[in-house]
Design a protein around this ligand. Structure first.
Ligand SMILES: [Zn+2]
Length: 132
């Protein structure tokens, strides 16, 4: 059967080909969407694992700091402070420099020693900033 010189059979075959190719294209899009979804889920799980391990890390660090800190009264103003062992801290209230040794014994630094600590910290800060 012919109509205006066009074979109806060819038209039908062409129509079927188009339908099949649209179907194949839709399948491909669906499979891309599925891949994307599983990638998103994997990424989501990865992010969660990272967040959980960071939280654990912070808890451990907080516990360690608590274990290594000692509660002392500032010898300058009497404020209650928590200072890490084997470190020098400044009282947030009066600015006294307090050294806590490895055993947790606190000693207030002399004004000269305090000044030296500040100068040393300032030098380290300048060096760090000078590198940038
Ligand atoms: Zn103080």
């Amino acid at each position: 059967m012919r109509s205006n010189g066009v074979d109806i059979g060819s038209l039908i075959r062409l129509g079927l080909q188009i339908a099949r190719s649209v179907e194949a294209h839709e399948d491909k899009l669906a499979s891309i969407a599925r891949e994307q979804t599983s990638r998103n889920e994997a990424e989501h799980m990865r992010q969660r694992a990272i967040a959980e391990s960071k939280a654990l890390e912070q808890r451990k660090l907080a516990e360690q700091i608590a274990k290594e800190s000692v509660a002392i009264s500032c010898q300058g103003c009497g404020a209650h402070l928590a200072i890490r062992k084997s470190s020098i801290s400044f009282c947030a209230y009066c600015g006294s420099a307090i050294r806590v040794d490895a055993e947790g014994k606190a000693t207030i630094l002399s004004p000269e020693a305090r000044k030296a600590v500040i100068e040393r910290a300032q030098q380290q800060k300048d060096q760090t900033e000078g590198n940038t």
